[in-house]
Design a protein around this ligand. Structure first.
Ligand SMILES: C[S@@+](CC[C@H](N)C(=O)[O-])C[C@H]1O[C@@H](n2cnc3c(N)ncnc32)[C@H](O)[C@@H]1O
Length: 286
């Protein structure tokens, strides 16, 4: 197929190739692609094909299946994942964190204890920075203690973006002005109107590339896990497996926050208790 045809034709990604290519992504990430996503997937893959100067979806699928295509699988995941996020998204979680969950954790940290929070599927960083701002709003000297937030995502490009911590001024509409002013500085290297996360804010967050489908390299447990608007894209057996892994990774009384349209179906069987619409607490029973 000529390149020109690839750009003009709407339905070149036939069902078989769609299944083949999305099957690879599903195996790598757990993300499922329903048939109605074919046009969207086609548009996004077409861009990769043009970048790689290939001529057809078939050639691209063959490339992905070969040894040389291993790195391309990462780029494919990057173009097919949804990264939509914003500061203090679903703010009721941050209110619960501030009012109920953090006070005893900060007390523990001040007494020399260890506290760990995790934003799993952190996208471009607004979620872990919102967690960090909530913490610093309560304890400005938190850096003195053994208190860390892990921010992870499957996509190395988005993790790098999160780590850079540069956002346009309009992204701060949902951030309290005093927190924005204290922890996001005007960006000296920035083009346009941007702000950059301060060293202080970044210092309590560790950014890592991590695929939730792979083994998790943790020795310790977490007190709080945010995994919001990530599992919604997974197939049902994968979602169930991942919820159970999160439950296992939580300290007793630890909290799991999930996205507005997600539910942990079998919560009580995996030792979680529903404590809010999309908030679960580890009971210690399972
Ligand atoms: C819609 S964003 C959610 C961002 C944030 N948690 C929120 O709710 O605003 C979904 C993120 O999940 C990540 N993701 C998808 N599959 C993943 C996997 N298997 N392991 C880790 N992250 C994954 C994507 O790269 C994307 O950044």
């Amino acid at each position: 197929m000529a390149l020109a045809n690839l750009q003009s034709s709407q339905f070149d990604l036939n069902e078989e190739l769609f299944d083949q290519i999305t099957g690879i992504v599903n195996a790598d990430t757990g993300i499922q692609f329903l048939p109605e996503k074919r046009t969207l997937v086609q548009a996004r893959i077409s861009k990769r094909i043009r970048t790689l100067k290939m001529n057809s979806f078939e050639e691209y699928a063959d490339f992905l299946n070969g040894e040389a295509g291993q790195d391309e699988r990462k780029s494919l995941v990057s173009v097919l994942t949804t990264n939509v996020t914003r500061f203090f998204r679903e703010n009721h979680h941050f209110e619960n964190l501030r009012d109920e969950v953090l006070p005893p954790l900060i007390k523990r940290a001040r007494a020399g204890g260890r506290v760990r929070l995790w934003s799993a599927g952190c996208s471009s960083g607004e979620e872990p920075y919102s967690v960090a701002l909530t913490v610093l709003g309560l304890e400005p000297d938190i850096q003195k203690y053994d208190f860390k937030i892990l921010a992870s995502d499957i996509d190395p490009e988005i993790v790098a973006k999160a780590q850079n911590g540069v956002y346009p001024e309009r992204a701060f509409e949902t951030v309290a002005p005093h927190l924005r002013k204290s922890f996001f500085k005007s960006n000296p290297d920035g083009l346009g109107d941007t702000r950059i996360a301060s060293k202080e804010l970044k210092s309590i967050i560790a950014f890592r590339e991590l695929n939730l489908m792979h083994n998790w390299p943790f020795r310790g447990q977490f007190d709080v896990i945010f995994c919001r608007n990530v599992v919604i894209y997974f197939d049902a057996p994968t979602s169930e497996r991942i919820w159970a892994k999160f439950a296992n990774q939580l300290e007793p009384n630890g909290m799991l926050y999930v996205g507005h349209s997600e539910r942990v179906g079998n919560a009580d069987q995996i030792g979680l208790e529903t404590v809010g619409v999309t908030a679960y607490c580890k009971t210690g029973r399972s």
